[in-house]
Design a protein around this ligand. Sequence first.
Ligand SMILES: [Zn+2]
Length: 430
Amino acid sequence: MRGRFVFKGARVVDPTAGTDEVRDVWVDQGRIAAGPVEAAETIRAEGLVLAPGLVDLHAHLRQPGFEHKETIETGTRAAAVGGYTAVAAMANTDPVTDHAAIVHEVRDLAAAYGLCDVFPVGAITKGLAGESLAEMGEMVEAGVRMFSDDGNPVPTARLLRNALTYAKAFSAEVVLADHAEDGPLVAGGQMHEGAVASSLGLAGRPAEAEEIAVARDLAIARMTGGRLHLCHLSSARAVELVRRAKADGIRVTAEVTPHHLVFTHEDLVTYDTNLKMHPPVRTHEDREALRAGLADGTIDAVATDHAPHAVEEKEAEFDLSPPGTIGLETALAAVLTELVHPGILPLGRALEAMASAPARILGAGDHGGPIEVGRAANLVLVDLDREWTVEPPFTSKARNSAFTGRRLRGRVLATMLRGELTVANGKATR
Ligand SMILES: [Zn+2]
């Protein structure tokens, strides 16, 4: 049901238009309307921020195949609660999204049960096995724009070259997203390699593993002219390589997660498995470089790497526990609390990195703004100052949040998908 609404007196922050002004925003027939619209329901928005709905480039929705961790229904509900109107769903499902039939299955499930738009990410290689290329052509025809073997790095430069060349032949807009870690160098590693790992007796994943993979990927992107996206950057040297590559005109974009922007390896002294992730959180210097890279645009987007796991899976011993943290419900609040409120990142840049930039990278034209008449009403309403404590249960089926117990400042009050409120008064509407 698409209603008629007016967001009354909102502070409208539109990163695409570069504007930040108090005004009314009218919605009719699923679109932003000129207004006034007759019989519109009033949503009091004085003192609240109205922005384009958030877009996540990197979510593991786990369906098909791992419904005990998350489903498209629970994952997109968690996304809506976090302010998202679109998410890219990673391909490491079972079966793997490596041909068009699974793309259609994911889309159909999202259309039937989803509370936000879902953009299926296609696998680069068949079965994520890192050997032969997946059915990229038929997936492009099915509308897939982003490909990734995320979870697994593309194992060789040769394979990445073939994939980027092949993808580019279909469309200049197709983007390959790599989980950039040198596989053999991180094998068996549990956390960032350094003094903390040594003192905890845990095997390390050195920052050099990311540096090597990023350098390789950038060289192949330059060589092929293909579009490269780098997932979840975690190290200062990787940020510097991307900065140089962009200056050289290489077609590369990059993302960083809220947890890499907030935590360091020192936080692992409690052996909290919710802080185990690939790539790992690293040193204070790495975290500062990620923050600076996000602020200056070297890193284009904030992406969640939402990685739900069942409770018993995360309760295993540290070295047996699967990597990853959920993130959809906390991403915006974490960025507001840790970066925007302390003055490290302007609000407009934060929203650009969480809405407009990912929409552009993903080719999600209806999302990410601008908030102007005729555009799809994909919006989020945020109370910047509302404080809350992160604690289970979550809207996600999972509860493995790295932010558990944290006090955050900033809360999504409403999310609107094409004129329908998916979240109202901070709660999912269905
Ligand atoms: Zn990954």
